[in-house]
Ligand binder design. Structure first.
Ligand SMILES: Cc1cc2nc3c(=O)[nH]c(=O)nc-3n(C[C@H](O)[C@H](O)[C@H](O)COP(=O)(O)OP(=O)(O)OC[C@H]3O[C@@H](n4cnc5c(N)ncnc54)[C@H](O)[C@@H]3O)c2cc1C
Length: 558
């Protein structure tokens, strides 16, 4: 574990960003930027990365959280994309089998659905072949009876059977933070809450660094770098605008919403990918104490920094779910949390949000800024390889720097290594015994192993030193200690949203944890009482907004 991931060492990390000359500086700590940092640092480049907010606070904590082959893209005949992401998901699973877990997806065939039994069977077979799925995991076609046995909540009237096929589930924000941490292990200097405000240019007018603003101290400083890459997701055009290189090729932002209901209210046995009457398809996915449903796909022109679920989004998802699972009779009051994110797609004339390709693209400005957008969480490693190849070529040619080839397909994540899913289950069984000895519910064994992998050891070790009688609070405070010392946590949102996912999947636990967590943050980060009050208010607003919706208001205010 390195001191460069401790929030307590922020001044030292800033000083490194300020004083070194980097080979590559990256704007954006979502999965794309994180993947680039890891690829570049592991090849031997000196890498710096900044994010204006928390790592993964943009789209990379707001996805459907699937590492998937993109069955939807098969429908659009994007064969190469299906093949590439299909193969990538196997690699990412092997690198982090605790964080990217294999899960069967049920695709119901209904009398009024898009596909019949024959097309579903052929489609899933082609999908398996393209994605290179192992024989034991290949799709199975199920009869009506078999389908309803697995998932009795489906509509008995309309379901005629189903296809069961292989997908992988993850936590996008955890995947991003572990990628950042792995990159830091290779010498990258990464810091959140540092905004890129402008660029440095050399005497030839070429980009030679970034002018930065430290959001936490309000101080400005610069980063010098031979090459700068913007992986700013939905903000890519804003950065290109600052660089005066925004042209007719631009992004198209599409909003996607997920709503969360308690698992008790929607006791789904397993993930289901089902038809909506407008021709789209959505997911319902059980996860621990919750079931989440998504997503929508609508053009977005509002504030990029404050993307909210609105009543129309919620109504759409509730209506679609009730239609596929009619006995549920869900309503808006059942929604306990939600998240909304923006897909940074590349604009294509005359195409709707759902029709635009999810392919990634690199933009190179005349003054040397490289930008990358589009793509998928699933394809982040390949995206990184592609742009780092370009960067490596420039560094080799212009600066005669010798670099290794990409080998990120062999770099296990922090939290591992685990040989395979079997080893993860064995480890989880051990953790289960230990958490129950501590008086904690079994749920925490799977939660800890999925979130932290073998880093669970450090958390359970810290648990012994925490002076607190309530086991759940004690665990939460051990996790917070870990977040502060090893994951650059700077506030309660970082902790509750992106390091632990509690805001989405265990929102009730926050009630109990909020004051102890804020008090500990106050001690760790030397906060004033005023700061604690402001943080509490801001967290309460976030919790309120996650489950209380208004009709859409799109106000440009970035
Ligand atoms: C609803 C939805 C569902 C999805 N589901 C899936 C799925 O299940 N599987 C899948 O594979 N893909 C999925 N995707 C796609 C996937 O989530 C995205 O492709 C991916 O997260 C994009 O990551 P990114 O790093 O490019 O962007 P982001 O995660 O948005 O990262 C960009 C970062 O840049 C930072 N930044 C911006 N401006 C500045 C600045 N001036 N200075 C410093 N930093 C800055 C931001 O703070 C942000 O953290 C989904 C997307 C959406 C919206």
């Amino acid at each position: 574990m390195t001191p460069l991931l401790s929030s307590l060492n922020r001044p030292q990390i800033i000083s490194k960003l300020q004083n070194e000359t980097f080979d590559l500086a990256i704007i954006g700590g979502g999965i794309t930027g994180a993947g680039i940092a890891l690829d570049a640092a592991s090849r031997g480049m000196k890498v710096g990365l900044i994010d204006k907010n928390d790592f993964a606070s943009g789209t990379s904590s707001r996805s459907t959280k699937l590492i998937h082959g993109g069955l939807r893209y098969l429908k659009q005949f994007e064969i190469a994309l299906v093949r590439e992401v299909g193969r990538e998901r196997t690699i990412v699973h092997q690198l982090a089998p605790h964080l990217v877990t294999s899960e069967k997806m049920l695709l119901p065939i209904t009398s009024d659905g898009t596909f019949g039994r024959f097309t579903t069977s052929i489609g899933l077979m082609v999908y398996d072949v393209l994605a290179g799925v192992e024989r034991v995991d290949q799709r199975k076609m199920l009869s009506k009876e078999e389908t309803l046995l697995i998932e009795p909540l489906l509509d008995h009237e309309t379901v005629e059977g189903s296809g069961l096929y292989a997908e992988y589930r993850t936590d996008d924000a955890r995947l991003t933070i572990e990628t950042i941490k792995t990159a830091v292990g290779f010498g990258a200097i990464c810091l959140n809450y540092i905004k890129a405000e402008d660029f440095l240019y050399d005497e030839n007018g070429m980009v030679s660094g970034i002018k930065c603003f430290d959001v936490l101290s309000n101080l400005k400083f610069s980063i010098n770098s031979k090459i700068v890459v913007s992986a700013a997701g939905p903000w890519v055009d804003k950065i290109r605008d600052i660089n005066r290189s925004l042209d007719e090729k631009h992004l198209f932002l599409s909003k996607g919403v997920h709503i969360v209901v308690s698992h008790q209210r929607f006791p789904l046995n397993q993930p289901v990918y089902f038809d909506v009457s407008d021709g789209r398809m959505i997911f319902a996915i059980p996860r621990g104490k919750a079931t989440y449903i998504g997503t929508t796909d609508t053009p977005y022109h509002g504030n990029l920094n404050h993307v909210l679920t609105n009543t129309e989004d919620c109504d759409y998802l509730i209506k679609a779910t009730n239609s596929a699972f009619p006995s549920l009779k869900l309503n808006n009051e059942d929604v306990i949390s939600s998240w909304a994110g923006l897909r940074p797609l590349i604009f294509e004339e005359g195409k709707s949000a759902s029709e635009i390709s999810r392919k990634d693209e690199i933009f190179e400005s005349p003054n040397g800024l490289l930008s990358i957008a589009g793509g998928k969480l699933t394809g982040y490693r390949k995206m990184a390889e592609k742009i780092v190849n370009l960067v490596a070529g420039k560094l080799e040619q212009e600066y005669h720097i010798e670099l290794k080839e990409c080998y990120t397909d062999h770099i296990p994540f922090t939290g591992g290594p685990f040989l395979n899913a079997k080893e993860v289950s064995e480890y989880q069984a051990q953790i289960q015994i230990r958490v129950s000895e501590l008086g904690l519910d079994n749920y925490y064994a799977s939660y800890l192993v999925a979130n932290y992998g073998k880093q669970t050891e450090a958390i359970l070790e810290k648990y012994k030193d925490i002076d607190e009688r309530d086991a759940e609070i004690r665990l939460g405070l051990s996790e917070l200690w870990f977040g502060i010392n090893h994951e650059l946590v700077f506030n309660a949102k970082d902790f509750f949203m992106r390091r632990t996912g509690r805001l989405y999947f265990d929102i009730k636990s926050i009630e109990k944890l909020v004051d102890p967590v804020l008090n500990s943050l106050k001690t760790y980060l030397n906060w004033t009482n005023q700061k604690v009050v402001a943080e509490k208010e801001s967290l309460e607003k976030l919790i309120y907004e996650a489950a209380n919706f208004e009709y859409s208001k799109n106000v440009e205010n970035d």
